[in-house]
Design a protein around this ligand. Structure first.
Ligand code: BG6
Length: 510
């Protein structure tokens, strides 16, 4: 029976017309992700009418030049292809504003421009500020928005801010950024984006767990032996990424945010409702319950860091990490990390969670696998080999989004022989359409004022608390916590295999 008191929380608020101001408008993210996402929303008829886009960046450009650059990339990357007629209507809503991020004057001019846009639209002055510049400008942008009064909305309107990653480089810088953000915008108007939360399969995790009755009773240490989260990438440091990456590394770049967010969704308790805080209250409890690897000994025992050496990916020779463009030849930054995590709650007591993430692995794939315990050792034990493996529920985040369940079955025939089989669900075939890009959903949610799929202040800080101990141990112990190596194009270092082997497991083969 539906609960009449909760309907307001289940039905989604409607995205409202607004002007989206993108800081860092000449960057890759704007061209490859943000504008194509807005375009695809327009194609699907989901973009509220009257949405305007204003790119803010330092480089001198006319509106026309800005639009041409966006079009070139949209043609290549747009999910639904590029329709010239739709684009020509859509592009009318895009403008460019040239200013230094640090120039207070530029923000006064921005304010005047936004007022003009509102007047032309004849609508309300809702504003969505998207901070996607290089991180060293985040503070300046926020302070200058406040200086120009742009953090305040006109009566009946809203002013919201989306802050891109990296949200700090450690706990102290994240806390500082949180202070700056919250001095400028209220927490309810702050949207810390983590695009993994916008991925269709990540959103489906809650549905899988809480809209089906068969999983939740088994979702605990009585039935689950271990859980693995794998995020494999075949790319290395193309396009000058080495400069950023070598200062960050796999742990900060992917684990602190995307992969700990996935972990929270897998491990959290059922929320009391689907409100932003209802869900985030439960996610943050998972992060708070992580056992801290707070000594170099614990880090050495539970975390493996590695770099790739030269090898082959898809048959093409690729350089080793230290030979990559803009990477220090003596770099001690990890391009691969594998961790054992323990969540000290009643539900997960004694269940290891493993996360591994690496660049230059054989393919791009992200998945979560839930490994159930073996059935009791009776009945089929006398068969050669016993029962072949246990049940594994695999949630494929990307590509080929879907869910599969591994079971054991009898091989048809007169003798009793067992073999694992797979029940498989693919989004593409079941729903017959491609999933929207993560940024499409997240931009719409911000326009609708729904922060459920954005990280809250305490989540970001708890995640950094966990990561900081590991970074500190690596930093302080130098090479006494070794940097393992693996051939580019292989599945990671042997040390990562040993990490799970010590608990009696192997990594799932993707
Ligand atoms: C970004 C990281 O946040 O996520 C990149 O900075 C990474 O290093 C990317 O490649 C992965 O995103 P996706 O959606 O392609 O899995």
């Amino acid at each position: 029976m539906s609960n009449p008191f909760r309907e307001d929380l289940v039905s989604r608020s409607r995205p409202e017309p607004c002007t989206v101001v993108i800081f860092g408008a000449t960057g890759d993210l704007t061209h490859r992700k943000l504008v194509p996402a807005l375009y695809n929303l327009a194609v699907d008829g989901e973009l509220p009418p009257g949405v305007k886009i204003l790119g803010f960046a330092r480089r001198e450009k006319s509106d026309a030049e800005f639009r041409t650059g966006l079009e070139e990339i949209n043609r290549k990357v747009s999910r639904s292809g590029h329709d010239a007629a739709i684009w020509s209507r859509f592009v009318e809503s895009i403008h460019y504003h040239c200013s230094e991020f640090t120039d207070a004057d530029g923000y006064q001019r921005l304010a005047a421009k936004l007022d003009d846009i509102d007047r032309e639209r004849g609508g309300k002055g809702n504003r969505l500020f998207y901070v996607a510049s290089a991180p060293e400008f985040f503070d300046d942008i926020l302070e200058n928005l406040k200086g120009a009064g742009l953090n305040q909305a006109a009566p009946g309107c809203w002013a919201r801010v989306i802050v891109e990653k990296p949200f700090g480089t450690d706990l102290a810088t994240a806390q500082h950024l949180n202070q700056v953000v919250n001095r400028t915008f209220e927490e309810k108007d702050t949207y810390r984006i983590d695009h993994y939360l916008g991925k269709e399969t990540a959103q489906n995790l809650m549905v899988l767990r809480f809209a089906n009755s068969i999983f939740e009773p088994l979702w605990n240490s009585s039935h689950i032996e271990q859980i693995q989260i794998t995020c494999a990438e075949n790319l290395g440091m193309e396009g000058g990424r080495g400069g950023y990456y070598d200062k960050s590394g796999a742990l900060r770049d992917m684990v602190q945010n995307h992969l700990l967010q996935l972990l929270s969704l897998v491990a959290m308790e059922p929320p009391t409702d689907l409100s932003a805080d209802g869900v985030r209250d439960e996610k943050v409890k998972v992060l708070r319950s992580l056992r801290q690897w707070d000594t170099p000994e614990k880090v050495a025992a539970n975390v493996v860091r590695a770099q790739y050496t030269a090898g082959h990916v898809d048959g093409t020779p690729v350089p080793g990490y230290r030979e990559e463009d803009r990477v220090d030849p003596e770099s001690m930054t990890e391009a691969y990390v594998a961790l054992r995590l323990m969540i000290d709650t009643w539900r997960w007591s004694g269940v290891p969670f493993y996360i591994r993430m690496g660049k230059r692995l054989p393919k791009k794939a992200t998945e979560i696998s839930v490994h159930f315990k073996q059935p009791p050792g009776v009945l089929f034990n006398a068969l050669p080999g016993g029962v072949p493996g246990s049940n594994v529920l695999v949630i494929r985040i990307q590509p080929d989004e879907g869910i599969s369940l591994r079971m054991v079955s009898k091989i048809p025939g007169t003798s009793l022989r067992l073999e694992p089989v797979k029940m498989d669900f693919h989004y593409a075939t079941s729903f017959g359409k491609s999933s929207p890009e993560a940024y499409e959903r997240l931009l719409l949610d911000a326009m609708a004022g729904d922060a459920t799929l954005f990280a809250r202040r305490d989540e970001v800080e708890e995640a950094w608390r966990f990561i900081d101990h590991i970074e500190r141990a690596w930093h302080e112990s130098g090479e006494s916590i070794p940097m393992a190596e693996f051939d580019a194009g292989s599945w990671g270092p042997k040390e990562a295999d040993e990490l799970v082997k010590a608990d009696g497991f192997t990594w799932r083969r993707l």
